[in-house]
Design a protein around this ligand. Structure first.
Ligand code: 0A1
Ligand code: ZN
Length: 883
């Protein structure tokens, strides 16, 4: 084992750094296997440090050390320093004056399959330094609270590496002997080393401009491999949209004269906000109407926005330590969610975000790896780039926004930027700025940062006809999570609206308040609390937790009739959708029960009528309309069960879908036909909505196994001029019995064999199919020429899709899915520990299944624990899942 017992790092042990780095001069001489790095650090003792020693410890991993020098004297010798597997300790450095430390080392980018530090991606050299990748480039104080000014010179062969990029502004360049050239970059802003970036290769660039609100002209550049030049327009436009939005909504302007984005095909995550030089997974840059779906287009704009917004929330103000990760990520996700909502449809964006939170983050929060958005400890920080830190973190920021209102929130963010610009700070500093700017008290609210688990709100209502009052009694509780057996009550904003039985709005007037309004936000702060509404001549239907105003589970006994009523009448777009989800969910859960009792399934007509109403109504926002017709996913349904029964969930959900298709076939057909167009390149809300509703209808109709419909799908597949339609048709063909399945898959592969991102879709679609034979297909695809365990996008599209998006086959009762996944994780452990550890997530949920599956999953986790040279990443997740 590389690290038999990895050390646990605790937030409570934080101390300030003993030394500071004022400036860094880096000199790279590039070579695929032997890159030379010379680092010249101007340093000094940190006056705030309490430690007594005179030694200096730098972090470094996989480095070949060549030379250490202090203050340009003679090089240090082996007695002056000590090297360990992950550090360099210099026994004595000057304590009361600045000193210059020069370190020279070699690194091997070609051998770097973990994709952290400097690595090769399709012949291009690039870096990934967050969270702790810089220590794989050179010895350094690799922690976010050490902020320094960087100047970087890159020397390389002109043909092999014609483009040489780093952070900031280009301040010099020239030619050298032996066909080499050099470029020097200088970043005028102090930054932590996790924001350092270097890119070199045969890159081509699409350029644009942006004029800031104060009239400065910024040059924008998107760098890609030559054959992708025709897929950059959307990324460039998205960047401009994000820059404008941040000026308008937050008053934040970009600060350098140049903004560069580079797309690389090997990347562990989505993208990285390196100062002035973002590195992106190609998936979040490249788009052409025939290669990218509408949802790809939306995600690209969202991720470009996300990385751009980090320039203020992450780069100008960064994290003091990695426990504060949600300071930058939660806030930045909240910002990108709002941006996308403003650019597309607020209702649709909110529903998509909540859907993801509830299916995936809630599962994380209820499992063995549950942690607060500000964790207390970690073994490997890379394991904490989680849905909790990102998505729940964004919900926590959203609740502050709800509690303070848009204006109050803006006052708070202005104060935060003004107070902390240039600093490395904590989540608490953020909350304090929000409080101070508004004279608010968020003391109890702070518990959201330290408490893990999803709170449950249990709501009872009592209508008093004589007094014309309605009392809501809200009790909150939160289940125990690892290390936190008992929870304190949280401060929870609950938005409420009341609806009269005729569908009109009932005024909300709280007792002891003289104001009445259409909607109120209740501040729930106690374990149990009552709220009384007055002047209600009739008992209204309560619309609770509007807009999903807090990341909680709501337990309230609605009848199916009330849910159908809310689906027709709730003026809150989120809750209207939610009522439909609850209605369908309740019906599917009952059918699951019937099925398990061996009874015949029969669909309650209430859902058919509710869907008929939705289908026959005119809608402006067709994307929202189509969301109302989506049934809750199998993963969401699994979350609602004590013991997950994947087969019956699938059977019952399919039954509901097929029966709805049978009973509402004419409506689905008309909608399909009226919205089917032969379109390419139209990305307005109308065209996107038409495609979405049409493809939702196709997905229902395909359950009928009817030759005409099969023909529609095949025609759509063959004639589509945009990827949304082509992919939707292929999905309908692959996920249902269809005579042309094999042929269409082959044709699709031939058509797109040179477009890696489309081939990823091809892998993912087959891996997530519910049809029989999927496991054998997955095994065969592992041996396909286009499959590559070293490319994270491919791994996610095959192994990730199978284990995380195919409940039915991954959880096959004989355990073959589990064994397959464990085999891949063991192989990935040596290639790329980060990706290996992420792939583990499907197994960590083992306690949610029946005894037999539990035993099979547990056995595979134990096998993984026995891996020779197990990485810290995999060890932490596997051991915590078994604990
Ligand atoms: N900060 C990036 C996410 C990111 C994190 C780690 C990475 O490599 C280990 C890469 C990217 C973001 O939030 O976009
Ligand atoms: Zn981020």
């Amino acid at each position: 084992m590389r690290d038999a017992n990895p050390q646990t790092i605790y937030l409570k042990d934080y101390t300030v750094p003993d030394y500071l780095i004022d400036s860094v001069e880096l000199n790279f001489t590039l070579d695929d296997e032997n890159t030379q790095v010379i680092s010249r650090l101007t340093m000094r003792r940190n006056p705030a440090s309490q430690s007594a020693g005179k030694s200096l410890t730098l972090s470094g991993e996989n480095l070949k050390l060549l030379r250490v020098n202090l203050n340009d004297g003679d090089d240090l010798t082996a007695v002056d320093y000590q090297q360990t597997a992950d550090s360099l300790v210099i026994h004595e450095v000057p304590q009361d004056q600045r000193f210059v430390l020069t370190i020279e080392n070699l690194i091997n980018p070609k051998a770097n399959t973990a994709l952290e530090g400097l690595y090769l991606s399709n012949g291009m050299l690039c870096t990934q330094c967050e969270a702790e990748g810089f220590r794989k480039i050179t010895y350094y104080l690799d922690r976010p609270d050490v902020m320094a000014r960087f100047r970087t010179t890159i020397i390389a062969d002109k043909n092999r590496y014609p483009v040489l990029l780093s952070n900031g502004n280009k301040v010099g360049h020239g030619e050298l002997s032996e066909n080499r050239h050099w470029v020097t970059w200088e970043d005028p802003f102090d930054k932590p080393c996790y924001l350092f970036a270097l890119v070199a290769g045969q890159l081509h660039c699409v350029e644009g401009n942006f004029t800031t609100q104060s009239g400065r002209n910024i040059s924008l550049q998107v760098f890609v491999e030559p054959h992708d030049l025709d897929k950059c327009d959307h990324a460039l436009q998205s960047l401009k949209n994000a820059m404008r939005w941040d000026e308008e909504v937050y008053g934040r302007e970009y600060d350098l004269d140049l903004y560069m984005i580079v797309a690389v095909s090997h990347f562990n995550m989505g993208a990285m906000e390196n100062k002035g030089l973002n590195v992106f997974n190609t998936k979040y840059v490249l788009a052409r109407p025939d290669t990218a779906t509408d949802s790809d287009y939306e995600h690209i704009e969202g991720v470009i926005g996300h990385e751009y917004f980090h320039n203020w929330t992450g780069n100008r103000i960064t994290c003091r330590d990695w426990f504060q990760l949600s300071l930058k990520e939660g806030f930045t996700v909240f910002r990108d969610q709002e941006f996308t909502g403003d650019r597309t449809s607020k209702a649709v964006k909110r529903i998509e975000d909540v859907n993801m939170l509830r299916t995936r983050q809630f599962a994380e929060d209820a499992g063995p790896l549950a942690h607060p958005i500000r964790p207390d400890s970690y073994m490997e920080i890379n394991n904490f780039y989680t849905l909790t830190v990102y998505e729940k973190g964004a919900e926590v920021v959203r609740m502050i926004h709800i509690l303070l209102g848009a204006e109050g929130f803006r006052k708070g963010s202005d104060l935060y930027f003004q107070r902390h610009d240039g600093q490395a700070v904590t989540c608490d500093d953020f909350v304090k700025a929000m409080e101070d700017a508004n004279g608010a008290d968020l003391a109890q609210f702070r518990r959201w940062y330290s408490q893990a688990g999803t709170p449950v709100l249990t709501v009872r209502q009592h209508y008093e006809p004589t007094g014309q009052t309605l009392t809501l009694t809200i009790a909150q509780s939160c289940p125990p999570t690892p290390g936190q057996p008992v929870k304190e009550p949280l401060h929870i904003p609950v938005k409420v609206g009341l609806i009269n039985r005729d569908g009109s709005v009932a005024s909300c007037k709280l007792k002891d308040s003289d104001q009445a309004s259409d909607e109120v936000t209740l501040s729930v702060t106690e374990a149990e609390q009552s709220f009384t509404f007055e002047d209600l001549t009739q008992q209204p239907v309560v619309s609770l937790l509007r807009g999903f105003s807090a990341p909680v589970k709501l337990a309230m006994d609605y009848s199916l009739e009330e849910l159908a009523f809310l689906l027709s009448h709730d003026s809150d777009t989120f809750n209207r959708w939610e009522a439909g989800q609850q209605l369908a969910g309740a019906i599917i859960m009952r059918l699951i029960e019937d099925c398990r009792n061996g009874w015949n399934m029969q669909l309650d007509p209430i859902i058919v009528e509710a869907f008929r109403k939705v289908l026959e109504q005119p809608w402006d926002d067709l994307s929202y309309f189509s969301l109302l017709l989506d049934l809750p996913s199998e993963t969401y349904l699994a979350e609602q069960m004590q013991v997950v029964d994947v087969e019956t969930i699938h059977k019952a959900r399919e039954f509901v879908k097929r029966t709805l298709a049978q009973q509402l076939q004419p409506q689905f057909q008309v909608l399909y036909q009226t919205n089917h167009r032969d379109e390419s390149g139209q990305f307005d809300a109308g065209a996107i909505g038409r495609r979405r509703i049409k493809n939702t209808c196709l997905s229902y109709l395909s359950k009928l196994e009817n030759a005409d419909i099969q023909n529609w799908a095949e025609q759509q597949f063959k004639t589509a001029r945009n990827m949304t339609d082509q992919m939707a048709a292929l999905t309908a063909i692959v996920n249902n019995p269809h005579p042309a399945t094999r042929q269409c898959l082959t044709d699709f592969y031939q058509q797109w064999r040179n477009e890696a991102l489309v081939i990823d879709k091809w892998f993912a679609l087959q891996a997530s199919s519910p049809m029989p034979g999927t496991f054998a297909t997955v095994q065969a695809l592992m041996a396909h020429d286009a499959f590559d365990l070293k490319n994270p996008n491919r791994v996610r599209s095959l192994i990730g899709a199978f284990s995380q998006a195919n409940q039915l086959h991954f959880h096959a009762a004989n355990g073959q899915g589990y064994q397959f996944l464990a085999d891949q994780i063991i192989a990935l452990n040596t290639i790329n520990p980060q990706v290996a550890s992420r792939m583990l997530s499907a197994l960590t949920q083992w306690r949610r299944y029946d005894e037999s599956r539990q035993a099979l999953m547990k056995a595979q986790l134990e096998r993984i624990m026995g891996t020779v040279n197990i990485s810290k990443d995999v060890y932490e997740v596997a051991s915590k899942s078994l604990a």
